[in-house]
Design a protein around this ligand. Sequence first.
Ligand code: ATP
Length: 385
Amino acid sequence: MGQLEINNLTKVFGERDEEVVAVNEIGIDIEDGEFLVLVGPSGCGKSTTLRCIAGLETVTAGELVIDGQKITDQRPTDRDIAMVFQNYALYPHMTAYENMAFGLQMATDLSDDEIERRVNETAAMMGIEALLDKRPGELSGGQQQRVALGRAIVREPSVFLMDEPLSNLDAKLRTTMRTELQELQQRLDTTTIYVTHDQTEAMTMGDRIAVLNEGKLQQIGTPLECYHEPSNQFVASFIGSPSMNFFEGKRQGSTFEHAAFEYQFSTGTAARLDETDTDQLTLGIRPEDIRPATEDDTATAIVTVNVVEPLGESTLIYFDLGGQECTASVSGNLSTRPGEQISIVFPEDRIHLFDSVTGSAVKNQQYSAREATWGNESVGDRGYS
Ligand code: ATP
């Protein structure tokens, strides 16, 4: 079992005049067996949150509970938690076997035979049996990371904490290890909190992701909820690659007025906006939601192409709109070149609107949980409404 509650967790470093609030009243309930990814930019408090859960930092306020038992003041060794670090933290003078066995020898009263059985079983599962006699210096980065993971797995903890465990690996190995880790987590079914600053890792690995900024929880949800229904402009800009385009403007009735273009809202959207108390709006549209205007469309804008980046399946087009560099991601079949003028459309069912003052979302894409079944996808079933 490993149901973890993080209640109003706060961590302040430093003295009165130079206080740094690294973690600010974070509350998250993590289900037993869930894979939760903590994601956010550098300095947002991810590692500090993890270190508080591990017991490596004392908390300033709030509490941590595993399976109904308060662990906030327990020593790290008394918490049923195993942590995997970015730099592997293996003992250099010990073999891979000794590194994996060490924690069990120190923290449990398991017999040598039982320890040997667990280490060998885990090594087989991780495909590292042949490495057990080697020291870390004789292993590649990927092999060291497998040993570090194995060391955490033999402990059979209630909760795994992983702090950027793949960031020292090269891009290709990272992608392979990402899939391996996901498969492993599903097989072990152990609650896992995984820290990364990489939104792709967060989107692809987590059952749910918790987006942090400046010590505060911005949103918690499934990757697709955070992508389609970001709670604010920060989440909208952080999740998704390339990033969402934003245009600050003002609403006048059913028109959004930007310095470089005007956008007509439908009656339904205008009525919904009447219920909000702000006219200072920021319109957001993801690059992949911008499409070329057809003869039947009213183009949102006519823009001049600056740069074209063909990626094969899709092509990225960079253009300037109102002095702002924007990106569109269109089908790789579409041909265009720098200097050409193109007409683009922001479909209304794909735009996001944010309160320009608070950043809160006013209108999102309304992603619904309806999923298209494989081989039976129609436009209406694509999760948009
Ligand atoms: P990164 O991705 O760069 O590791 P992070 O999101 O993990 O960043 P933290 O390491 O948790 O961020 O740091 C959050 C804030 O707390 C930062 O402003 C950092 O400078 C500060 N901080 C972290 N540890 C300490 C410390 N021991 N003493 C003082 N300030 C600290």
